[in-house]
Every structure is written in C-alpha cells, then in structure tokens.
Design a protein around this ligand. Structure first.
Ligand code: FES
Length: 585
C-alpha cells in the first residue's frame, strides 16, 4: 500500500482564514459584521482568529428521519467549541421523503444550489453537513463539493428495527409487502394498523438498505464521513458522540486545509461504487453517484457502474436484497468498516478520508462479528453486484434493474406490454379484478421521468394487479422511466432514457407489443420493426409542459436525463467559470 496520509499539520494561520475577509480588517464593513455578531451576545473572544464552522442542518418538523437533529446540532457545536472553533447553524431545506410532493427528487438540485450558495455567501471556513433522508445526502454533498471548502458529512443514522407481533419490520419493504396482502384480503384492518404503528419506532432514516442507507454508505466510502459512522443507529449514544467528534474534526480540517478535492478523486468514486454494489444498493444510487462524481470533476458513467456491478457480489445480507436483516443488525455485525474490510482487495486503500488518514488505515483492524450479515466474498448473497444497466431499442441511453431483488425467472423474459400513460390510469386498471392480465404480461408506465413525472417520482415498483395477487402471484416484470424507492423490490426496469415525455422510444410502445428482457446480456428491446417505429414516431405529439412558471419551470429548462445524473446543466463544472468568492464592500 502506498502511504498517502495527509500530514496533519497546521497550514493556515488565523489571518488566512476565509472568514477573516468578513471580520479581520479594521474598517467599516467589518465593523458591521462584528457589531452584528456582538448583537447576538458574542464577544471577540468567541470568534476572533477562530475557524467559523457552518453547520448545514436539514432539520424540520416534517422530517421524522431528522427529528434528532435539533439535539445533534448542539452536540456538533459542543465539538466545534472544544476544538477552538466558532459554530454557526445554517438551516437548509429538508427533503422529507414522506411528506414532500410530488417527489423530493424535484428538489434535490434546489438543496444542492442552496448548499453551494450558503457556503459561498457566508463567512464560513468549513462545514458540517447534516443529512440522511434519501436526497439530502446527494443534495448537500453535490453543493458542498462545488463550493470546495473543508467538509464533513454527518449521517442521520438508521432508525431502530420495526416490530409487529414479534416480527422485525423493514421500512418500505414491509409496507409494500403487507399492502399487497391487504389488497389480496389475507390480513385484517386490525393487523394492518399494527404494522402502521410498529414499522417506524424511532427517529433516524429508513433501516433497510434503501436509498438513505445506500447514500450514507456511499458518502462514507468516498471518505466524507468519519469512517464507519454511517452505520451507527440514530438512537445509539454513539451517534451523539460521533456528532461532537464531527465538530472537533472539522476545526482541525480547516487548519490543515483538507478540502474535498483531495478526498473525492476518481479512485474514491470507484471505491464508493464498489461498496454500493456490495451492499445491494438502491437503484437511486445510480443518478446520485453520477451527479456527485461529476460535481467532483470525475466523469463517471453508467458503463462504469455496470462494469463494477459484474465484478462485485452483494455481500451485505440486508433487506430488500437479503431476506432477514436490517441496518441495526449490520451495525452489530461490524458495519460499513467490516464490510469494506471484506472488500479490501478490491478497494483503493490509498484514498484519503476526512480524518486525513487513508482508507486502508481506517479499515485496518475492522472486524466482522456475524458473517451471515456481512458475508465473505466466497459466500455472497447474490453473485453479481446489485444493479444491471440495460440497453436496447427501448432504452438507447440506458435503463437500470436490480436483479438481486427480483424473482429469478425474470432474468430472461419476453411478454406482451400493458402500457399506461399516467399513474391514475395505471392505478384504476390494476385495481380492476377483471383486468385482462397474465403473469407473463409486462406492466409499463411512461411519462414518469425527470420532466414527465415531473421529478422522476418513485413510481417504478408498479403495484401488482389485484387479479394476479388473488391468484397468488407476487412479482411480474414492470418497466418505467420513473425511479423506485430503495426499499422496494421486484422485477422493475427503471430510469428508461431518454424518457417518454421528451419522445424517447418508450413513447412509441403500444399495448400488445412484445418486449424482451435479457439481464445476462444487459438488453431490453421492443420487438417492433424499425418501419413501424418510424411510422409511430411521425404520429407522436409532444405533451403539454408541466410548468409554465416558478421553480418547476426552471427545473424543466435545465434538468438532465437519468443517464447524466439529473443535475441542472448550469450547475455542472463544465458549464462555465466558477463564481469565486463574493465581493465585500
Ligand atoms: Fe427518510 Fe426513508 S423516509 S429515509
């Protein structure tokens, strides 16, 4: 292993601090800043010559996954003060997966913009990013990577296992499962209420290997958290101690001038992708990984993801790819450090973490306490990585499926399409007990992509038709240009690009057309002749715009397709010169 440890020496003096531009000169403009800090009761002893640490807190009364952030932010401040910094809390928009409509994905880039501009506009020398609920992780990190100041990501931590009638319940996964049983009439309303009350027992994010656990693991594997801390359950006292440690460490990082550009390299993105595949990650990891990597100047592609997916097996036995365990079990089994120690030979151990040490040092003594939860490479949960990237005449720019979470009979499948243009149309049909559908049919939902949804909502796990549920079927092939919740499962092809709403080939598919999926060959095709497709193309009419004003209009003008990470074109690095530091007059 090459030794690349970042020398933990003081590279900055107080006069070099970015915040000194606001406070240090003895003139009228800094008079204004100093007098207004004093207005809040602080004396120069509180801030003068000290790193000012911005704490971007995505707490809100409507985000149960971050309910503990009101207390945790005080722990971060305690750590900052212990290390000789001055903490300032900067509230940022929360993206509450449960309550924001139509989908938090519509607002991921808004959080990224807010994060970047909060850092640029305020007198902060380094930041702690507090997130965890799905899109908050990529949103905060994308913005902070572009801003470029020292950062630590503080992951919210998974909530405790759910519990109902002595059974462990998994976020999302068990909601879908029991909902199908309720629609099939096999559980009572009373039992359903029991599931409702037991599935979310504490603060913290979803505790399956959904999008939240996936994205915090990715942040961790990239080197942006204190190593291994993404696995600590939110309700564990270790989470409180970790929060204070983030506060202490970010002050040191400012003096050391340890910036994210030194941490998030191409090798770090590769490490994060390997770890994501080994965890049985959420399909949402695809769009977020591409967007985050590109903010760091790394041109990561769908093909890079697919190549690693073929090489890396799923070794985290966590639902929904696994059958039994949840994030709490994963923590007790050794957590992400334990998992990365199993992948030691696959990872670039020279990558840096926020601690200034290498990944190799971080996992040097990491044990695995339960090798059924964190499997060795020789006994994987699934022989390949979690995701497969498909291409063909239905998805020339790619589509994604999670083979580890679907019935094995769909590895290769050909069947007739049953096509719906909108969610309400699909919903009405699948609830019709007389719907003419067989287990070989392929449900298709279109106009649910980045522009069509709008915001590419998590509709991709199309509900099973009632008629099939009553016959005992629990999986069928489904295709859409939507995303799917990381807690979902089933044979769902997602992220079809280009999306139907902008005239992608999915727009040309008709009910009754045969569609053929071959996962080992990574192909997805509609068996329709080129001549017929050209005829349908000539007849296709673009739909009405979703938005004619406001943020939605701006989103519509600038959002990229799923295979590009769904970032706004003008936020990418290639778009133009960086804005630089603000003028202070
Ligand atoms: Fe917040 Fe699942 S709802 S992580």
């Amino acid at each position: 292993m090459t030794e690349t440890r970042y020398q933990r020496v003081q590279r900055k003096q107080p006069e070099d601090l970015r915040s000194a531009r606001w406070f240090a000169p003895d003139d009228l403009r800094s008079f204004g800043h100093r007098s207004r800090i004093m207005q809040m009761g602080y004396a120069p002893e509180d801030w003068a010559g000290k790193p000012i640490i911005g704490i971007l807190n995505t707490w809100s009364d409507l985000n149960p996954c971050h309910a503990h952030f009101k207390q945790r932010v005080e722990d971060v401040k305690r750590g900052v003060l212990q290390a000789g910094g001055f903490p300032v809390e900067l509230p940022a928009i929360t993206l509450s997966e449960n309550f924001m409509k139509p989908t938090t994905m519509l607002y991921r880039n808004l959080l990224a913009m807010e994060t970047e501009e909060q850092i640029r506009a305020h007198p902060v020398d380094g930041v702690v990013l507090m997130g965890g609920c799905d899109k908050t992780t990529p949103g905060l990190i994308m913005g902070a990577l572009t801003a470029g100041q020292p950062l630590i990501y503080l992951p919210a931590g998974p909530m405790l296992r759910g519990n109902y009638a002595g059974q462990h319940l998994g976020s999302g996964s068990d909601a879908w499962k029991y909902w199908d049983e309720r629609r099939a009439g096999t559980i009572t309303a009373q039992q359903w209420l029991g599931v409702e009350g037991g599935i979310a027992r504490s603060y913290g994010h979803c505790m399956t290997m959904g999008t939240a656990s996936t994205m915090t693991a990715i942040a961790d594997a990239m080197g942006l958290t204190i190593p291994g801390t993404s696995s600590i359950p939110a309700a564990d006292s270790g989470h409180i101690r970790m929060s204070a440690a983030c506060g202490r460490r970010i002050v040191e990082m400012v003096w050391e001038d340890l910036r994210p550009g030194l941490i998030v390299t191409e090798s770090a993105v590769r490490n994060a992708t390997i770890v994501a595949m080994a965890t049985g990650c959420s399909t949402n990891a695809v769009v977020h990984l591409l967007a985050m990597a590109r903010r760091a100047g790394v041109n990561w592609t769908l093909d890079d993801l697919d190549a690693l997916s073929r090489e890396i097996p799923v070794i985290a036995n966590i639902r929904p790819s696994g059958t039994t365990y949840l994030m709490e079990d994963f923590f007790y089994a050794g957590g992400l450090l334990g998992l990365m120690s199993q992948l030691r030979d696959k990872l670039d151990l020279t990558c840096l973490t926020v601690m200034g040490e290498t990944l190799g040092e971080a996992i040097a003594d990491a044990p695995v306490y339960n090798d059924d939860v964190i499997r060795p490479l020789s006994n994987p949960v699934y022989h390949e990585g979690s995701l497969a990237v498909l291409r063909g005449n239905l998805c020339p720019d790619g589509a994604v499926i999670k083979p580890s979470a679907c019935d094995a009979r769909f590895q290769q499948h050909t069947g007739p399409a049953l096509v719906f243009d909108s969610y309400p149309e699909m919903k009405a049909a699948i609830d019709d007990e007389n719907l003419d559908v067989t287990p070989d049919h392929i449900l298709v939902l279109r106009n649910a992509g980045p522009l069509g949804g709008p915001g590419m909502p998590e509709w991709g796990m199309l509900p099973m038709p009632k008629a099939l549920l009553k016959q005992g079927h629990r999986d069928m092939l489904r295709i859409s240009d939507a995303r799917m919740s990381g807690t979902s499962y089933g044979a769902c092809v997602l992220h079809v690009a280009p999306e139907a709403y902008i005239g992608g080939p999915l727009a040309l598919l008709r009910t009754g057309d045969l569609v053929s999926l071959d996962i080992p060959k990574r192909s997805l095709n509609m068996l329709v002749s080129d001549e017929e497709l050209a005829r349908r193309r000539a007849e296709w009419k673009a739909p009405e715009p979703r938005f004619e004003r406001g943020y939605g209009w701006m989103f519509s003008q600038h959002i990229s397709q799923a295979d590009q990470g769904c970032d706004f074109d003008y936020l990418t690095r290639e778009f133009g010169k960086a804005a630089g530091e603000p003028d202070i007059f």
